[in-house]
Design a protein around this ligand. Structure first.
Ligand SMILES: [Zn+2]
Length: 147
């Protein structure tokens, strides 16, 4: 379990480093079972965001890395939305169309990989906790040898 006070300090630290001080970001700790580790809801025009952090069954153990990751989603939001709109222009908005599904899936995966790569760089440079989280695959390893 994470302490809200510590998370707010970490959020403030990285908001400053990532030049996101002009955003109002509310932190919400999710206290029941949740499929995600973190998420962020963004209103670009209003420069407000709500960051959700799993505080019940988190797969991510490095919470500072998680906060950086979610902040980078805010940073990349404009480009993210522009590309999503472009994909809809080019391929239409039919969720069943394989061309659209392919392009959208590829984009979302690339966005996640890029966000995570940048996160790792920032963690290396300036995080107090530089540990790597293996939570996303640890369950598979445990299951493999029956731990
Ligand atoms: Zn993400």
């Amino acid at each position: 379990m994470f302490e809200e006070r510590d998370l707010l300090k970490t959020l403030e630290k990285w908001q400053k480093i990532l030049r996101l001080k002009d955003w109002d970001i509310k932190l919400e700790l999710v206290t029941k079972e949740w499929r995600k580790t973190g998420d962020v809801k963004i209103d670009q025009a209003d420069k407000t965001a709500i960051m959700l952090i799993n505080n019940c069954n988190p797969k991510q153990t490095n919470i500072e890395a998680l906060i950086i990751h979610e902040l980078l989603h805010i940073k990349l939001w404009g480009m993210d939305q522009m590309i999503e709109s472009l994909l809809k222009c080019v391929y239409g908005e039919d969720d069943e169309d394989p061309k659209y599904v392919f392009a959208y899936t590829q984009f979302m995966e690339l966005l996640e990989v890029t966000t995570q790569d940048l996160t790792k760089g920032y963690v290396e440079l300036g995080a107090d906790d530089k540990s790597v989280s293996f939570g996303r695959i640890q369950g598979q390893a445990d299951a493999e040898w029956g731990r």
